[in-house]
Design a protein. Structure first.
Length: 360
């Protein structure tokens, strides 16, 4: 009959190859923020690749686009000749501010539920220069970017939730090469944030302490997944990382729930720490390292003592500047899987230069 352990009649046991961090065998790791499990298969890391390769991510070149200072955008609006971080309302927003009209609501129908969705959407141009993404900005310029995140999330706190994010590079769907991020506000709590809220609240109720604060203390003891540590911030490849070089960024002060809770010193140190780990990213494969990132902060409202402010970085690159991870097949239908262990990814990122950018 079929070998229950290996799944066929002929396959011998796969050799267990020793790796620097642990025996190379498949394991599952749980993400305590979402309850999701991830399969880790380090014995697959050397498998040959004859699949898709993507073009090298964009060079650091000056270009003119709708986001350039003084440019006329597609809706006819003209950008000012801005000299620092510039924020404007998105010309093609996903969500619209409240109009006063009655929103569709089908609460009574279990199988066809619908809710109104309101919000507002903004674009954040990091600087006037199209050839300088965040790792090439000065620390002072990055402080200006963080300052706008703080200002906007503070001004928009009448919404239920505000999402600050950046898509960097065409590989993750960025439609304009001028370095920029976005801010979307919601009249509702988005699903993934609901998951994090649920598991942080449940942990706090059981332990009386914050999930991510406790996790950070253990990572600071172990240190094998930490990539960058500043005075006030730590960037690490989380134990449960799904993406090959995923990062989780946490404050070193307890009870920081939102961006507007940050002190001026913490903002400055965030800018310094961010510049260093983003430089490591670019230097890893000598390219403008693509990623999707975003800040998760406590939803607006009371009873949020269980929350810890944090940032997620999800980069798709797997083994070079042109080979990316695909989530398909088993991962779309059953459970996500990764080859490179979080510990090995952190080791490779630590080996990348945090100060001297490859392009300079």
């Amino acid at each position: 009959g079929i070998n229950a352990e290996y799944g066929d009649k002929t396959s011998p046991p796969f050799p267990r190859v020793d790796t620097p961090d642990r025996v190379a065998m498949a394991t599952r790791r749980r993400n305590p923020l979402t309850g999701e499990w991830i399969i880790v298969s380090p014995h697959r890391i050397s498998r040959p690749w004859q699949g898709e390769t993507s073009p090298q991510t964009q060079d650091f070149k000056k270009t003119t686009s709708y986001l350039s200072p003084g440019a006329t955008r597609s809706n006819g609006s003209t950008n000012p000749h801005y000299t620092s971080t510039y924020v404007f309302r998105n010309d093609f927003p996903c969500l619209l501010p409240p109009s006063g009209d009655e929103l569709p609501d089908e609460e009574g129908e279990e199988l066809f539920q619908s809710r109104g969705a309101e919000g507002d959407c903004f674009v954040v141009c990091f600087s006037p220069d199209s050839d300088r993404p965040l790792p090439l900005l000065s620390v002072e310029e990055i402080v200006g970017v963080v300052g706008e995140w703080v200002r906007m999330t503070t001004e928009l706190q009448h919404y239920t939730y505000t999402q600050v994010f950046e898509n960097k590079g065409a590989m993750v769907g960025c439609s304009n090469a001028h370095p920029h991020g976005q801010i979307w506000t919601c009249s509702f709590l988005p699903y993934l944030v609901q998951q994090e809220d649920h598991f942080q609240r449940e942990y706090y109720g059981r332990k009386g302490s914050r999930l991510l604060w406790d996790y950070l203390q253990k990572e600071l003891q172990k240190r094998d997944r930490i990539v960058e540590e500043g005075e006030s911030w730590v960037a690490m490849v989380p134990f449960w990382a799904k993406w090959p070089f995923e990062l989780l960024v946490l404050p070193k002060r307890d009870n920081v729930r939102r961006l507007r809770d940050l002190t001026s010193d913490e903002i400055s140190d965030l800018a310094r720490t961010m510049k260093r780990y983003l430089t490591r990213y670019d230097n890893l494969f000598s390219c403008s390292f693509p990623y999707s990132m975003g800040w998760h902060e406590a939803p607006n409202g009371s009873e949020m003592d269980h929350w810890t402010l944090h940032a997620h970085y999800y980069p798709p690159l797997l083994r070079s500047a042109t080979v990316k991870k695909h989530i398909a097949g088993f991962e779309m239908l059953a459970e996500c899987q990764r080859d490179l262990t979080a510990e090995s990814a952190a080791e490779r990122l630590r080996a990348a230069d945090p100060e001297n950018h490859f392009s300079t």
